[in-house]
Design a protein around this ligand. Sequence first.
Ligand code: BDP
Length: 328
Amino acid sequence: MTHFRNLKLAGATALAAMSMVFGAGAAEWRGWNIHVEDYPVSIAMESFMSEVTEKTNGELTGTVFHAGVLGDQPDAIEQTRLGIMDFGVFSLGPMGQAVPETNVVSLPFIFKSIDQMHRLMDGEVGAEIDKGLQAKGIVALGWYDAGARSFYNSQKPINTPEDVAGMKIRVMSNDLFVGMVEAMGGNATPMAFGEVYQSLQTGVVDGAENNPPSYESTNHYEVAQYYSLSEHLIIPECLCMSKKTWDSLTAEQQEIVLAAGRASADYQRELWAEREQASMDVIKAAGTEVNTVADKAPFQAAMTEVYNKFLADNPELTDLVNMIRNAE
Ligand code: BDP
């Protein structure tokens, strides 16, 4: 009993300390980020938060927690839906388990190029996905760039789907990516981002797949030195706000937050282009063996079963898939 009372007291003291720091009643948002501080996503999130604070004259303040210190991505997505987390930048890859509409952009080779992805996300496709997110408690404030994902591994260059066969490949947590690797004959292991370095190092997996900035910023190139530019996934990221937080704002604040979100997305895309180039320079200087995949057609052909299964399981998303597939 005494023990119990002490615990309660400790909780109350912590709360009192928190309100001293933040000021009673002040909104102190918590922003989730998986990336290290100098990453394009991180810099753009900081700029979003400072613009919001500045334009609201300090009514809205917050902290961005970088490097995944607030937990892994699937959990952070749930917490944002529940309003425990106020905002975060999420890949639409792991978002698929919670928001089915987002899965359409996780279909391999669905976009023809990164430019096309931006154009469509800034238009009707993005609006449809935002609707899906809102139904699950999340508001999209802007679409960030994450380039194209390619395979890397510790064994050999990949040029054909057959080269993937038999390899153990880490994927983000979403059944679609398991299906994608299995369709090439590989073994897929869904795993948290933060565990990949050690798993590559100890041979728990032979490879993984990601864009150049993530391959470089995580130092995965140190333990998986073959980078094969398959560019099989172009998955946008979302500057996402909890709908609970959004609904607590005045109309004027919402306008400021949305404008800051859009502006931060433009900024992030510029930073992204620079970092992609810089990352390629770093990995090449470190001796990574980079190869372009001359013929992507066999990879695309291997994905037929992934599409067929997806459309059979999600017939209601056929129009959205076709909207992208038939776009210029
Ligand atoms: C990076 C994304 C990040 C993902 C990570 C991953 O920016 O959100 O968590 O890939 O592979 O490119 O898990």
